[in-house]
Design a protein around this ligand. Sequence first.
Ligand code: 5GP
Ligand code: MG
Length: 195
Amino acid sequence: GSGGKAGMGRVADVLIPQGEIARRVRELGADLARDLTVELEREGSAMDAPGRIVLMPVLTGAVVFVADLIRHMPLMMSMELVSVSSYPGATTESKGAALRGALPKDLAGRHVVIVDDIYDTGQTLSLLQTLIAEQKPASVRTCVLLSKERERLAEAKVEYVGFEIPNAFVVGYGLDYDGFYRNLPEIVVLGEEPE
Ligand code: 5GP
Ligand code: MG
């Protein structure tokens, strides 16, 4: 591609600039906060009742996104980090999804919000949704910053999507290639070094 990020090794084209991400994350936070508030009203819970809402960010790609997202959600909530491996090492091909460690065991009757960086093959979110449903939570919502336009290998329910993107490998804003580039403030398509 054209352009490039100085000092970042590979040539990369900006797909979603920083300001656009910030604007959309603010909207997603507001949408989630509104819908969760409706849930609490419906069940007669006080707005500040502890223990009703559990955010579950998926490590490691969702850490940047969730850090920004929660600051647009003025609700009582706790966070439980979950770890799912799908892209080990220097590859851009999905290897399926496997839970690393255990899920929290106290989700019954609570409102769970899964937060991930990207909905790609669907294996990660499908796995998590299946395991979470076994605990009979009061509700489950899934929020991703990005959703790739592609055929899914596993269907998941994703109610909150920041951006639909083409089927390209992207990095930045938490997304990595071999552990790097998570600190880029924008979403970029990773390209090859020019000859
Ligand atoms: P899925 O299980 O939906 O195939 O993949 C989900 C995970 O794969 C994401 O949470 C993310 O960690 C990784 N992934 C999928 N597509 C991309 C991509 O374009 N770039 C990066 N860096 N990671 C991706
Ligand atoms: Mg991930």
